[in-house]
Design a protein around this ligand. Structure first.
Ligand code: BGC
Length: 459
């Protein structure tokens, strides 16, 4: 592959990955803004719950919409729509004059997250050369972690900014009295960058073939692959598309059943490892364990940075050692860290650095395994004819699982205590480990058109 070909493909995949930054930013920004909004509007627990879950409700709507839309209007236009929603949501939340408007803004942003979480990694999967696909989808996970960290930093920046004196400038209400407004507004800038970068990217050749625009698909493939490879790939895509058409491949097909089970189970169990509970409640867990003082941000940044850094392990090794070995290694570390953290709580031995060590090792193991590999597998295991719908179903399961953990984690923590809560997460990860060993198939190096043979070969 010559330099300009590989530059083009990197640019294309990087642009789609920026959708991950918006995903991470939007889901994390609320953690800093919620207390400020709550104090200003004197929110009761019902409205507070609404404000937090409105993002998720939007998300679920966005995923379903993408399932129907992306096959009709294509991947690129769907991503542009997602980017516009992020932009609109940032503006709407920043200038909302009332709670209902703020909630509407959050729903729009959530819809953007939902759409981006289906279409961005799928677009990358459809573009990346087979031997680099793992690494390129892992870039999307990296972008999520960057987005989370950016939101922490920008929230902290506006908090410290709010301590300035704005009397002269006339921005007091915006930056000082209602600091949550610039926190939300900050999301509009990466959205604009995302939209701007998208001008130059082409439509997915696999989608083009599926809507009979083969000539255009050939032109695009010629730009991103060496000539012989481009011709072979086009032929494979056309053959697979013809086969799907003749067989009328649908979601109910036997050949789609196993990939669908794998995608849904991995998506749900990714969330039942407790990742979001630990990322967002981590600092208060440290505080109640007596390790941290009030400075939650420092701990949030430490966890966020570990999450980001260890994603590079997956970027480096997902295509070399394969998806399964990373999953198995990471899950083993996750289970050990969760059991050990639970044990520290169980024995009341939390006032030392071991808790910090185990929680950091949990995040590190998640970052090189469950985080990226779940997204990689969901996006590469389905035939093009049903890919969007199947990916949407798996992603929807993931968001429903996010909701379940968000709803029940505080309740279980209160009723059963932290030790049992950590062990419940460990139990789900044990199930995931067995599932990964016994049911998940290795997909490294296979082209998307070869997947059917991986999942449906008469062994
Ligand atoms: C998960 C998100 C999580 C993030 C943390 C992603 O793979 O789907 O729920 O917040 O990783 O890095």
């Amino acid at each position: 592959m010559n330099i300009s070909t590989s530059f083009r493909i990197n640019y294309i995949c990087l642009t789609a990955a920026v959708g991950g930054i918006l995903f991470g930013f939007d889901t994390a920004v609320i953690s800093g803004a919620i207390n400020l909004v709550k104090a200003q509007y004197l929110l009761g627990s019902i409205l507070e719950g609404w404000l937090v879950s409105s993002g998720l409700a939007g998300c679920i709507f966005g995923v379903i919409l993408t399932g129907f839309l992306s096959d009709k209007i294509g991947r690129k236009k769907t991503m542009i729509l997602a980017g516009s929603m992020f932009f609109l949501s940032g503006m709407a939340c920043a200038f909302a004059g009332s709670m209902p408007l703020l909630i509407a803004g959050r729903i729009i942003g959530g819809a953007g997250v939902g759409m981006a979480s289906v279409v961005s990694p799928m677009y990358i999967a459809e573009f990346a050369p087979a031997e680099k696909r793992g690494r390129m989808i892992a870039l999307y996970q990296l972008a999520i972690t960057i987005g989370i960290l950016l939101a922490y930093f920008s929230n902290a920046l506006f908090i410290s900014f709010s301590k300035n004196d704005f009397n002269e400038a006339g921005f007091t209400w915006f930056f000082k009295d209602e600091t949550w407004r610039p926190m939300f507004l900050a999301m509009s800038f990466p959205s604009l960058i995302f939209l701007f970068m998208m001008i130059k990217i082409p439509e997915s050749p696999r989608w083009l073939v599926s809507v009979n625009r083969t000539k255009k698909a050939a032109e695009i493939l010629a730009l991103i692959r060496p000539p012989a490879q481009a011709a072979k790939e086009l032929e494979d895509i056309e053959n697979a598309s013809r086969k799907s058409f003749i067989n009328k491949t649908s979601l109910l097909d036997k050949s789609v059943r196993l990939p669908l089970i794998i995608g849904i189970v991995l998506a749900v169990l990714q969330q039942f490892s407790g990742i979001n509970a630990i990322i967002y409640y981590g600092p208060s867990i440290f505080k109640s364990a007596g390790i941290a003082d009030d400075n939650a941000l420092v701990f949030q940044v430490i966890l966020g940075a570990v999450n980001l850094l260890f994603t590079f392990v997956a970027i480096r090794f997902a295509d070399k050692y394969g998806r399964k070995s990373l999953l198995v290694a990471g899950l083993t570390g996750i289970i050990f860290s969760l059991i050990a953290s639970g044990y520290l709580f169980y024995t009341g031995n939390t006032h030392n650095l071991w808790l910090l060590v185990f929680i950091i090792s949990f995040i590190a193991c998640f970052a090189f395994s469950l985080g990226p590999i779940t997204w990689i597998l969901i996006n590469e295991i389905f035939p093009t004819a049903v890919r969007v719908k199947a990916v949407a179903i798996c992603t929807l399961s993931l968001w429903v699982a996010v909701w379940i953990v968000g709803q029940f984690f505080p309740w279980i923590l209160e009723k059963a205590g932290p030790a049992t809560t950590f062990w419940i997460f460990a139990l789900f990860s044990v199930i995931n480990l067995f599932f990964s060993l016994r049911v998940v198939k290795e997909t490294k190096g296979k082209s998307l058109e070869e997947m059917e043979a991986v999942f449906f070969a008469p062994h």
